[in-house]
Design a protein around this ligand. Structure first.
Ligand SMILES: NC(=O)c1ccc[n+]([C@@H]2O[C@H](COP(=O)([O-])OP(=O)(O)OC[C@H]3O[C@@H](n4cnc5c(N)ncnc54)[C@H](O)[C@@H]3O)[C@@H](O)[C@H]2O)c1
Length: 324
C-alpha cells in the first residue's frame, strides 16, 4: 500500500480525501491542517489522525498531497522533495517563478514523481477528443465564476486562467510570440477579471477571458481549425464538433450548404464522454505513475510553463493598466 498524507483539508482537500478513500492501492496515513476547527471536523468525520506538524506527517508517508493555499505550495513541496517523497500539488504549482524553477531542479535531482493538479486534463469532455487531430488556429475561452474569497490569495490568472493556459500549451506545439492583456482588480488587490490574447509562432491566436466576479459559471473553450469547430464545455462535460464531412463521419448528423466553391456537407458530431470523476482520475493516475514508475501526466515542467505564461500575463497587466 502506498502511504499518503494530505496537507490542507479545506474545500478541495475534503474532495481529495473522499477520492483517496476510493483508491485501492492507497492508505491514508493522516492529515496536517493548522486550522483547529477544520481539523476537528475532519478528524471526527473521517476518523483520521491529525498530525501536529507537516514534517512529522511527511516522515510517515511515501507520497504527499498538497491542497493548502497556493502561498504554502513551495515550502511544502520543498520539504517533501528533500525527504524523497513523491508529490501531488494543487494548481498553480507555485506563486512565483523562482519558486517554480527551484522545484523543477529539485525534482530532477531527487528523482521523485511530481504531479500538478491541472484537473481539466482529466475532464471527460477534454478526454473525449483524444482520437481527434487538433490543430487549432484560433481559440476562444471563457472561464467565469461567482466571487468566493477562497483562492483570492492569488490573481484570477493564477487561480482560474491557469487551467486554460495549461490546456492550450498542451494543444499548441509552438512557442509564444506575443502576449497582450488587460485586467481589473475589482474585489481584491489583484486582477479579478482579465482578457488575454496569446499569439503563437505558428500563427495560432488564443483569446482568453477569466472572471471570478461573474453572476454565472461558465468554462468553455472553442477551437477553430482548417476543417472544424470544436467546442469543449468543461463545466457540462460535453464536446461538440462541427466539421466538413469526411468518409469516417458516416454516423454523424449531416446537412448541406452552398458555398462559393460548391456544395459542402457539414457533419455534427458529439463524441461520447465517459462520466468519470476527474479528481479521482488524476489522483489514480499519480498513484499509477509511482507504482509503475511512469511519467506523471501533468509534471513539474508543465506546472512551471503554465505559471511562466501566467506571470508574463500579469507583467503585461501591470505595465498596461497600472494594476498591482
Ligand atoms: N484544481 C482545481 O480545480 C482547484 C479548485 C479549488 C482549489 N484549488 C487549489 O487548491 C488549493 C486549496 O484551495 P481550497 O479551495 O481548498 O482552499 P481552502 O482555503 O478551502 O483550504 C485550504 C486549507 O489549507 C489549510 N492550510 C493553511 N496553511 C496550511 C499549511 N501550511 N499546511 C497545510 N494546510 C494548510 C487551511 O487551514 C485550509 O483548511 C489552492 O492552491 C487552490 O488553488 C484547485
Amino acid at each position: 500500500m502506498l502511504k499518503i498524507g494530505i496537507f490542507g483539508v479545506g474545500h478541495l482537500g475534503k474532495f481529495h480525501l473522499n477520492n483517496w478513500q476510493q483508491i485501492d492501492e492507497v492508505e491514508i496515513v493522516g492529515f496536517y491542517d493548522p486550522n483547529d476547527k477544520i481539523a476537528k471536523e475532519v478528524e471526527e468525520k473521517y476518523e483520521l489522525k491529525r498530525f501536529a506538524n507537516a514534517e512529522k506527517l511527511m516522515d510517515k508517508c511515501d507520497a504527499v498531497d498538497i491542497v493548502a493555499p497556493t502561498t504554502y505550495h513551495h515550502e511544502l513541496c520543498l520539504a517533501a522533495i528533500k525527504k524523497g517523497k513523491h508529490v501531488f500539488v494543487e494548481k498553480p504549482m507555485t506563486d512565483t517563478l523562482d519558486q517554480g524553477k527551484q522545484i523543477v531542479q529539485m525534482v530532477k535531482e531527487a528523482g521523485v514523481k511530481f504531479q500538478v493538479g491541472h484537473v481539466e486534463r482529466f475532464n471527460p469532455a477534454y478526454l473525449s477528443l483524444q482520437s481527434i487531430h487538433l490543430n487549432p488556429m484560433f481559440i476562444e475561452v471563457h472561464r467565469l465564476a461567482q466571487f468566493n474569497p477562497r483562492g483570492t490569495e492569488v490573481s484570477v490568472i493564477l487561480d482560474l486562467m491557469i487551467h486554460d493556459i495549461d490546456i492550450i500549451l498542451k494543444l499548441i506545439n509552438s512557442d509564444v510570440k506575443n502576449i497582450s492583456a488587460s485586467g481589473v482588480a475589482v474585489m481584491t488587490d489583484t486582477p479579478d477579471i482579465a482578457n488575454v490574447r496569446i499569439e503563437f509562432n505558428n500563427g495560432c491566436v488564443a483569446n482568453l477571458t477569466s472572471s471570478r466576479i461573474s453572476m454565472k459559471k461558465m468554462r468553455k473553450m472553442r477551437l477553430f481549425q482548417k476543417d472544424a469547430y470544436i467546442g469543449i464545455d468543461f463545466l457540462e462535460k460535453k464536446t461538440e464538433i462541427i466539421k466538413l464531412k469526411s468518409e469516417e463521419d458516416n454516423s454523424a448528423f449531416t446537412f448541406d450548404i452552398d458555398t462559393p466553391s460548391g456544395n459542402k456537407t457539414i457533419a455534427i458530431i458529439n463524441p461520447i464522454t465517459n462520466p468519470v470523476n476527474a479528481i479521482k482520475e488524476e489522483l489514480q493516475s499519480f498513484v499509477n505513475s509511482i507504482i509503475h514508475n511512469k511519467n506523471t501526466i501533468v509534471n513539474e515542467i508543465d506546472g512551471y510553463l503554465a505559471t511562466e505564461i501566467a506571470h508574463r500575463i500579469l507583467d503585461k497587466i501591470k505595465n498596461t493598466t497600472n494594476q498591482p
